[in-house]
Ligand binder design. Structure first.
Ligand SMILES: [Zn+2]
Length: 83
């Protein structure tokens, strides 16, 4: 492996270790397979969204909470700012 690539791999490792300070999610779009049907979870401008009925009334749901656990503190906890 060439020297340039070794440097990049080391840098990548450091960035990943310092993820809290280095990585910020701006937006994403994910499907979560629920018990009955898949749901689309979105994240944009620090706001969560989900197409399930529970989310519509509570602003948080098992799908958004599952993603929070998967991403392990890398994004702010979901908050229901409308209720
Ligand atoms: Zn949901």
């Amino acid at each position: 492996m060439d020297y340039g690539m070794i440097g990049k791999i080391e840098k990548a490792k450091r960035y990943a270790e310092e993820r809290d300070n280095r990585v910020r999610f701006l937006s994403f779009n994910v499907t979560v397979q629920g018990e009955n049907s898949p749901h689309t979870v979105t994240y944009e401008n620090n706001r969560w969204g989900c197409d399930c009925n529970f989310f519509k009334t509570r602003g948080v749901c098992s799908h958004t909470m599952a993603l929070e656990q998967i991403l392990d503190g890398m994004i702010p906890m979901s908050v229901n700012s409308e209720a």
